[in-house]
Design a protein around this ligand. Structure first.
Ligand SMILES: [Zn+2]
Length: 279
């Protein structure tokens, strides 16, 4: 799933691709993808994109009449910048938005579970943005990590978009590894120094990823999951710090990658699904 760095860099490229252009047409290609009824998708035609930004993992297109278009790529969404626009309806296509500068954006989905989606929001309507937690880098986020009393595991807190927005499994795994914190740790189990270290490594992890993402061009068609991460999706390969084998553990229907030497004092974390079966 694309996370904050991928979506931030993509929004910056889209400023160049369609900023200042007017929408020439909207082709809803997947019926379930549009999450709003009013304003109608046709109502955006003829309006100019005055800005493209990001909030959490959402792309936010600002239009000259105050309406906004949101796009969420979900688990395996892709966004192609087409120049010239194609007419084809590719497999998993959600929507194609055409612009008067000869370009189009095609949103499509390769996953089967959770689908890429889009919204047309009237002024004052925050839609799905309303429920989001603070962005990493904000004072509110720093306060949560340094002084928070949330009793859930840190890995869960970081992935919960209502608590913290923009981080998913990938950068949660990488940041916890870099901070030498167990994915099963809670905030209360950390010292003040460990909390500060965790806050710092989350920042560095996301900043470095954003720098890498800014080297991409075009849309977001091949995330190449695995290669850009330190430990995420790399179970079985040597830890980049100590050289021991990285391990994975299944937890809340996710797979978490970690290094026992660096993060859990050598302890191998129990697979909860397996533990339940054994009981
Ligand atoms: Zn290690």
């Amino acid at each position: 799933m694309p996370e904050l760095p991928e979506m931030q860099a993509l929004s910056e490229r889209l400023v160049d691709a369609v900023g200042g252009a007017a929408i020439a047409g909207v082709d809803p290609l997947g019926f379930a993808a549009l999450k709003t009824v009013v304003p109608s998708p046709e109502s955006v035609v003829g309006h100019t994109v005055t800005g493209v930004g990001r909030r959490a993992k959402y792309l936010v297109f600002e239009l000259d009449d105050g309406n906004r278009i949101l796009i969420h790529l979900s688990q395996a969404g892709r966004l192609d910048v087409e120049e010239p626009p194609k007419k084809t309806r590719s497999k998993g296509a959600a929507v194609r938005i055409r612009f008067d500068n000869g370009r189009a954006l095609l949103v499509r989905e390769h996953g089967t579970e959770r689908k890429a989606a889009w919204w047309v929001l009237a002024p004052g309507d925050d839609g799905p943005l309303e429920r989001l937690g603070p962005e990493p880098g904000s004072d509110e986020f720093a306060d949560l990590i340094l002084r928070g009393t949330d009793k859930r595991r840190i890995h869960t807190i970081l992935r919960d978009q209502r608590t913290v927005s923009g981080i998913g499994r990938g950068y949660a795994n990488d940041a916890l590894h870099r901070a030498h914190v167990s994915p099963y740790a809670t905030l209360a189990s950390l010292t003040a120094d460990e909390r500060q270290g965790l806050l710092d490594t989350i920042g560095v992890t996301l900043d470095e990823a954003l720098e890498r993402e800014r080297e991409r061009t075009g849309g977001l068609s091949e995330p190449k999951l695995g290669e850009r991460f330190r430990v995420h999706n790399r179970a079985g390969t040597p830890c980049p710090e100590c050289g021991d084998g990285l391990r994975r553990v299944s937890y809340e229907s996710y797979e978490v990658t970690y290094c026992p030497q660096c993060q859990t004092g050598g302890k191998v974390l129990a697979d909860r699904r397996l533990s339940r079966l054994v009981k």
